[in-house]
Write a protein of this length. Structure first.
Lengths: 168, 231
């Protein structure tokens, strides 16, 4: 495959899919900048493997797997501090997430990494227990256990958050 | 909390989604990685071609490095200068040495990261290589162009080498081109690699421009983070 062909096919795929893929990364990382870093890292790997992955027509699965195993903390990755990341705090047209949603984001971010991955795969991508197990390379029973604990922690965190704080 | 709750809550968190970053940087980074990978395992493939007599091997004047014309004509990129790393062998000539499948297993792979939190101008590096090779490889030693080296034991062929330091004088990180020298030329920190058996004997040695000996001990996985990638 010539470079021009690879670049064209790769660019077309990424242009069509990167919104969904970045949302997946965001759901895992809880942060747009880190989600973008993780996605970019995954896309570079996809570019390298493109001929094989394109032939197999499993680009989404490949990128998802790289994102899943990239490690949610990307602080050591290169260019993280150099990349000019625009800030969009001044975008006022978009409604800001409500307080409940921010509580939820905090509770999700506080989950152990594997529990968070299970929650995102099960609830954001709507994967079955078996599909989630396959994605993560763990047993179905382990997925269920992670999911059960994650849901319990989320419920508990959100209940605590919604309780009025007592003043000393 | 229902399933729908979580999906909806996640969706609401995405209302402030920023625009995407330009795609050019990803393509450039990917192309650079393909180029380096080809270089890393290129000489080994050239040797195979020479043995079966399909291609024409060509002794490069002034050194022992070898290259071969692409017999298939499917090369998708011109060779680039591999590195300015100190090496007794010259660089591959442009247009030569392109016989490799882009998906070929790597002779070696590594990442070089800027190792400063928050600093835009930073000359500290972090070199990292994580790979799995045949279990006969009991130890691995990496050598860098700044003169440092590090040897680690493998666990059934799997290893992770991390080295940190200061970039050689004049070298710097750039966003678009990665690591460059004072003239802006692409440079590399990697100088060489040696694989050792359990008894301490040398199995294979490679430099930045010659990886012939790594052929029997290539990295096992394209994607080390894949859970199916195991020793």
């Amino acid at each position: 495959m010539r470079k021009a062909q690879r670049d064209a096919a790769f660019t077309e795929y990424v242009a069509a899919r990167r919104t969904e893929l970045r949302r997946f990364a965001f759901a895992l990382c809880g942060n747009w900048d880190r989600g973008e870093d993780v996605l970019q890292n995954a896309l570079v790997k996809l570019y390298v493997a493109w001929p094989r992955v394109e032939r197999a027509r499993n680009q989404d699965a490949y990128v998802r797997r790289v994102i899943l195993h990239a490690g949610i903390d990307e602080s050591r990755r290169p260019w993280r501090r150099e990349t000019a990341v625009p800030t969009f705090l001044d975008i006022e047209e978009s409604p800001a997430p409500g307080a409940d949603d921010q509580d939820f984001a905090a509770a999700l971010a506080a989950l152990p990494e594997m529990q968070r991955k299970v929650v995102v795969l099960r609830h954001w991508l709507d994967l079955s227990v078996e599909q989630t197990a396959a994605e993560l390379g763990i047993a179905s029973g382990t997925v269920k256990a992670h999911h059960h604990r994650a849901m319990a922690r989320l419920r508990e965190s959100l209940i605590h958050e919604s309780e009025p704080r007592s003043t000393p | 909390m229902t399933d729908l709750d979580i999906h909806d809550r996640l969706e609401r968190l995405m209302t402030d989604e920023p625009p995407h970053r330009p795609l050019d940087a990803v393509v450039a980074a990917g192309a650079g990685k393909v180029r380096r990978r080809r270089l890393a395992s290129g000489v080994a493939a050239v040797a195979a071609v020479a043995v079966v007599g399909v291609g024409a091997s060509l002794a490069m004047p002034g050194g022992s490095n070898r290259a071969v014309q692409d017999p298939s004509g499917v090369a998708d990129q011109a060779s680039s200068a591999p590195s300015t790393a100190p090496s007794p062998t010259p660089s591959l000539e442009p247009g030569m040495g392109q016989t490799l499948d882009p998906d070929a297993r790597a002779g070696y792979s590594y990442g070089i990261y800027q190792n400063c939190a928050g600093a835009l101008e930073c000359n500290k590096y972090r070199f990292e290589s994580h790979a799995i090779r045949d279990a006969v490889v009991a130890a691995v030693e990496f050598r860098l162009t700044d003169g440092t080296s590090k040897r680690v034991r493998t666990h059934q062929g799997e290893y992770r080498v991390v080295m940190t330091g200061i970039l050689p004088a004049g070298e710097r990180f750039t966003q678009d081109s990665g690591l460059v020298d004072a003239q802006g030329n692409d440079v590399d920190l990697f100088a060489g690699l040696t694989l050792f058996a359990a008894d301490g004997s040398v199995l294979a040695t490679a430099t930045a421009t010659d990886s012939d000996q790594l052929d029997p001990y290539l990295e096992k996985c394209d994607l080390i983070d894949d859970p199916t990638c195991k020793p």
